[in-house]
Design a protein around this ligand. Structure first.
Ligand code: BGC
Length: 860
């Protein structure tokens, strides 16, 4: 919607509707439908204030109340993001970052359509999707749900996906608005971000969802931004989202992320989920009666819910569409296509890939990620698929009839390690086991309420969300009391040298922390800030008895969640790898090692480590030593430490979390049935220290402020400014064919408005059909405000037969050249010579053309 429109709208400014004022709607803003507006005003006028307030708080754990007497049905919400979790099995698409890695907006729309159809087949009104936050650091436990580091790429994917979902009469819900860029301390972390970085990096995907796709709902994030919780952040909710962007849908809270009734009511929140702890008659009505919250503010919230219901047809038909099969074959096809196109071939030396089925007679598939399938990471994203094809199953189905496909996990599960870690209660003459002291407070204070002996340190288990996805249970809403535990045991290593001590401590949605001592030395301190779901520390020990003390606390947080769980295991560093796996590796023609994370190590609720989970580096190194013909498959939401083995590994595929069809897609890529075409939506660093946010990611000790000191220099914008060479650059992705980029031109469409078209030829100069991702970056003139060297402003995915050429056109507009000027509060492009750089990766964009802006431009 690019035209300038003059319209009569009911405009909420700072929560108060400015009735009937003619206003100028900027380019690309939602247009209200007059029929809908009249209809909802009529319903609203017949609602009592109590009924309006009732509508603003969720019921039954996920629904939005309706007003049955006025024909407004109650409305169902469901996660999201890339599958529908609503009491039954459903398709599981590849995660958001995999979808972004396809750089295929038509596919994003198709996936949106199919997830929308799955929602209709289950009667879901609000699909809580897509995850729209920016990838700032590889450690964020939810990167796999999001769309990478670049606001332009993320915006294009968001818009297409939302259009697809909403074409089915389902409201998409872009989340988590805004800056939910890490998972530690997520209820209390205050993201301190300057206005320019907000406008240029973190807000654009939300802005595009609103202004271009007219997204039905937005979910606020848990964290604070610049000192204010997002569920009550008046500046970002009222001034930016609702006033500047003209968002006319529903701003709902994340689950239990409403902290203050008055502040949330006045700060732009429309709907408290999953229940009205704050937005209810007892709490909110007195504030209305006392004049602290105006009736117009309540009307505005109810009106937004009604508008969304009317706009999507929910007042006129059942949301449950039984004509759509629950097992949706078209959805399955979209899941497979996304997995195929999302896989990124990071490295391919000696033409190891594609595998030649006539020559590869023995294949060893090794690693914890090989079986069972890992379709998604952990947390609320959990959907129970009808089936999920693991890498082992995919490879076996593709090659098992003509070759021998062998399998070994290669390293033990942590549960086995912890159960095999032998403790005694004293250095000598103790009994078998560890002493467990349980305290009824979070500080290990006073006398323990019980002291017992346990065999090993393994209490509880990570919350399994699959039964929840199947509607078999609701998490207990019972209040957990604060508790802490101290385990004390003496461990005698089987051999001296470096020992890996692995700790996995959780309690989903809880405040959890722990610290670990070995022989009175603090070796891991996560008491106040638990950084990752699972961590390993390496300690040298001889074969005498060593005292190991683990202290753990767990307190209720604002959200109700899982029970406490803790696991600790100790293994000599060189004892991880199972020799049977190495024997298979030695005998194979090719080894495929499936490494990476899973639902317990990369998950909502916690961050993850940059290093692969324990034992995996050792496994890859040991396999490579036996067989250099090794391909590594990586399951992760982003960059990982590959330093110990990448040099010697000829081929690496980044598979992200590839959804239910991942195994089939990986096998097709390995054997060349599908030519890989995914490109990285995030820079992969050599070392975490190289990342531009490394020094600003964690709060200073004792504080809960994450100072986004890198400003706009996130991802490739930061690496390029710092001259740091990443391991794999943003936009990188190999193919089994080669492409040539040529003959660039730039043509003005309207110099006045800053609109141009960039054109260039792309030719497939290899032997196979394949797709490339043509990327267009704009590089500003030197001088002026500090700006990234170049920024992505357009792209196209081009499929070409061998020898074929296509002329590609990419439009640019004033915003493509602009930065946000916080002083003037506007987007602005300075005059000067801009270079336009074209290529298939941010470090391979050498084709160049120029354009001169004769005067400064204002963009919208
Ligand atoms: C997550 C949201 C999710 C909600 C409902 C929260 O814990 O942060 O992304 O939509 O739960 O499951």
């Amino acid at each position: 919607m690019r035209a300038l429109l003059i319209a009569m709208v009911l405009l909420p400014a700072m929560g108060q509707p400015a009735m009937g004022q003619p206003i100028v709607v900027a380019a690309g803003t939602p247009t209200p439908d007059e029929g809908v507006e009249q209809r909802i005003e009529s319903i609203l006028s017949r609602m009592t204030i109590e009924e309006k307030i009732d509508m603003l708080g969720g019921v039954r754990g996920s629904d939005v109340p309706g007003v049955p007497r006025l024909g407004v049905p109650s409305m169902v919400t469901a996660d999201g993001p890339f599958g529908v979790r609503h009491g039954s099995r459903s398709n599981v698409m590849a995660g958001g970052i995999a979808l972004a890695a396809t750089w295929n907006t038509a596919l994003a729309e198709q996936v949106g359509r199919e997830v929308g159809r799955d929602a209709r087949a289950r009667g879901v009104h609000f699909l809580i999707s897509p995850g729209t936050n920016i990838y700032r650091s590889p450690l964020n436990g939810r990167n796999f749900e999001y769309l990478g580091e670049d606001p332009w790429l993320a915006s294009r994917v968001v818009v297409s996906f939302v259009v697809g979902v909403q074409s089915q009469g389902v409201a998409a819900t872009a989340k988590h608005y805004v800056a939910n860029d890490s998972e530690f301390a997520r209820h209390t972390l205050d993201a301190r971000i300057d206005e320019r970085a907000l406008r240029e990096i973190y807000l654009p995907p939300f802005e595009a969802a609103v202004r271009e796709a007219r997204v039905g709902a937005i979910m606020s994030s848990y964290n604070l931004v610049n000192g204010e919780h997002m569920s009550q952040n008046g500046h970002l909710n009222l001034e930016v989202l609702k006033r500047d962007w003209r968002f006319d849908g529903v701003l709902m809270s994340d689950w239990d992320s409403t902290y203050d009734t008055l502040a949330a009511a006045k700060g732009g929140l429309d709907l408290e989920m999953p229940s009205g702890k704050h937005f209810n008659r007892e709490t909110l009505l007195p504030l209305v009666e006392a004049g602290k919250v105006s009736r117009a503010t309540i009307d505005d919230k109810a009106r937004r819910i009604l508008r969304t219901a009317a706009r999507f047809g929910w007042l006129d038909r059942s949301q449950l569409d039984t004509s759509i099969p629950i097992l949706n074959a078209q959805g399955r096809a979209a899941a497979l296509q996304t997995a195929r196109e999302g896989i990124v071939l990071l490295k391919n030396e000696r033409s190891v890939l594609p595998l030649d089925s006539s020559r590869v007679k023995r294949i060893a598939v090794i690693g914890p990620g090989a079986y069972p399938a890992v379709p998604h990471g952990g947390g609320s994203v959990t959907v129970a698929p009808f089936h999920a094809v693991s890498f082992l199953e995919g490879i076996s189905a593709r090659a098992g009839m003509t070759s021998t496909v062998q399998y070994a996990r290669g390293i033990p599960e942590l549960r086995r390690v912890s159960r095999a870690t032998v403790f005694e209660t004293a250095a000598s003459a103790g009994e078998a086991g560890v002493t467990v002291e349980l305290f009824d407070n979070a500080e290990l204070a006073g006398k323990p309420v019980s002291t017992t002996v346990a065999k090993y340190i393994d209490q509880g288990a990570p919350l399994d969300l699959i039964p929840l996805a199947l509607g078999e249970f609701q998490p207990s809403r019972a209040e957990l009391r604060p508790q802490s535990t101290r385990w004390t045991g003496f461990h005698t290593p089987v051999r001296s040298g470096a020992q890996d001590i692995v700790v996995q401590a959780g309690g989903f949605g809880r405040n959890v922390g722990y610290r670990l001592y070995v022989d009175d030395r603090l070796v891991l301190d996560r008491w106040n800030l638990k950084k990752a779901a699972l961590e390993t520390t390496r300690v040298d020990m001889d074969t005498s008895a060593h005292e190991v003390v683990l202290e753990y606390h767990c307190e209720p947080a604002a959200i109700d969640g899982g029970a406490p769980f803790v696991r600790l295991g100790i293994l000599p560093r060189d004892a991880w790898v199972e020799t049977s796996a190495l024997e298979l590796a030695a005998e194979a023609d090719v080894v495929v090692v499936a490494a990476g994370f899973d639902t317990t190590t990369e998950t909502e609720g916690w961050d993850r480590t940059f290093a692969l989970p324990p034992g995996q580096d050792e496994l890859i190194e040991a396999v490579l030593a036996r067989n250099p013909n090794t391909v590594v498959l990586l399951t992760s939401g982003g960059g990982t430490d590959m330093s110990r083995w990448l040099e010697r590994t000829p081929a690496v595929l980044q598979t992200w979390y590839p959804g239910q069809e991942g195994g089939t897609a990986v096998a097709e890529v390995l054997f060349g049935d599908v030519n890989p075409s995914g490109h990285l939506p995030a820079t992969f660093e050599r070392r975490w220290e190289d990342n531009p946010v490394h020094d600003s990611y964690y709060p200073q000790p004792g504080s809960l402020h994450a100072e986004y000191r890198e400003g706009v220099f996130v991802g490739y914008r930061g690496y390029e400014t710092k001259d740091t060479k990443p391991l794999f650059a943003f936009g990188h992705g190999l193919s089994y064919t080669r492409f040539k980029y040529d003959a660039p031109t730039i043509r003005p469409m309207s110099e006045e408005e800053g609109r141009f078209v960039v054109e260039f030829d792309v030719t497939n100069i290899g032997e196979r059909a394949g797709a490339t991702v043509a990327q267009v970056y704009v590089s500003p003139p030197p001088g002026g405000v500090p700006r990234p060297r170049k920024e992505l402003k357009g792209f196209a995915k081009i499929l070409l037969q061998p020898g074929k050429t296509q002329r590609v056109s990419i439009p640019l507009d004033a915003r493509s050249f602009a930065y946000y000027d916080p002083r003037r509060k506007q987007w602005r492009a300075d005059p000067g010579l801009y270079r336009v750089l074209i290529g298939d990766a941010s470090d391979h964009a050498d084709l160049m053309t120029n354009v001169t802006l004769g005067r400064a431009l204002r963009a919208h």
